[in-house]
Design a protein around this ligand. Sequence first.
Ligand SMILES: [Zn+2]
Length: 499
Amino acid sequence: MTLTMSAYDDVVARYAPVIGLETHVELGTVSKMFCGCSTRFGSEPNTQVCPVCLGLPGALPVANARAIEATILIGLALNCSIASWCRFARKNYFYPDMPKNFQISQYDEPLCTDGWVDVLLDGVAYRIEIERVHLEEDTGKSLHVGGSTGRIHGSMHSLVDFNRAGIPLVEIVTKPVPGTGALAPEVARAYVTELRGILRSLGVSDVRMEEGSMRCDVNTSLSRVDSDAWGTRTETKNVNSLRSVERAVRSEIVRQAAVLDAGQRVIQETRHFHENSGESTAGRSKEEATDYRYFPEPDLVPLAPDTEWVERLRATLPELPSARRCRLQATWGLSDAEMDALTNAGALDLIEATVAAGASAEDARKWWLGDLSRRANESGVELEELAVTPAQVAQLAGLVTTGRVNDKLARQALSGVLAGEGSPEEVVTARGLEVVSDTGELGTAVDEAIAAAPDIAAKVRGGKVAAAGALVGAVMRATRGQADAQVVRELILARLDQA
Ligand SMILES: [Zn+2]
């Protein structure tokens, strides 16, 4: 299926998307959820395990207090109510990377419920309601060997690494989000961006989507614009970048519309998103909650955070992204829409760091939202993945401010920085990009330009000063854009008795 803009516009004119997001976040605790094993990422397989996280008979879990506190902090930051009493539950299913054959999770008694978070797009706020935030343990990790795709199909054998088994995992589930229309993909992305920012400010997780410490499942359904009945939803699993969140929703909207247009029914199922093609394929048909035979975990005592504990945690909440944005918006003097654009481009931290490195807010914004955004888009990467640091962007802006390069030369210098040629200073020196404002050096080029266009020169001499622009242009071309245009203009007018 080809995904063209016109196909998408046509679809959202006839169907109203409803989205929902389930986000799993690995907490950055030192030890696992129910045992003392280390959670360090990237160790030798199966070196961070013990009888509890391997599910050996007789081993008993003990809940990690730091993980519970982190979950309460997340709930508070998302405006949730914190349960005064709740329990863990066993979620029963067989999976080779889950040694107990059940996962300790929470079911009908989650720790945090009924919150919300506002995301802003073009100055319009969309309230995303949070249904629940609960705590559970991660599974191990299967590695399928011998196939071309890394998936189980076609592989020769599989290995299991239990280092991840038992790492505390928080699941944040939104209520269904209707009413976003054509903007559903952007709203989904803006929500995950906002959530990541909140989690990062809380310091509870490193929220690295590419390492899997933050993973999104995206629910999508379509209803006809003239109907109140919601359609059947699908769940696209493990969408592992902000960009992919947006792409996954967009492609699923178009796919479901094609199914409905063909008179068929959308099947309730999980789907796997493929980063390379931007499309998804069907996974398993979706389980019902009853398939998991949930029951309260008998090996753990109930969880009963008292008000004093919760309020003590509330008092430690840091400045959250929404408050920080208000502060920075006022400092930088930006409109709501300008601020939203910058936030949703993922440029807030970068611009703040660039300003901290000495650039003006205006310059920082211009570079990150202009040239650098365009280059990031062209290469299909996030802004922060570009090979340029905020300090280098500040240096580049400084070179323009002091007149050592003009905008055009600065963009050439930026290309050099991105190509790994060094700092802006180094690239300007190495490539000889500095603006020439030495009147002696420019004099010859000015004389040549005047000699080559005697009719224009005559006009200027006769008082038509505006005609000098053509001569300035000729000198700029002759010096490959490196002349200081103001100095050139002054030289020309002086030569032609108009100074
Ligand atoms: Zn363990």
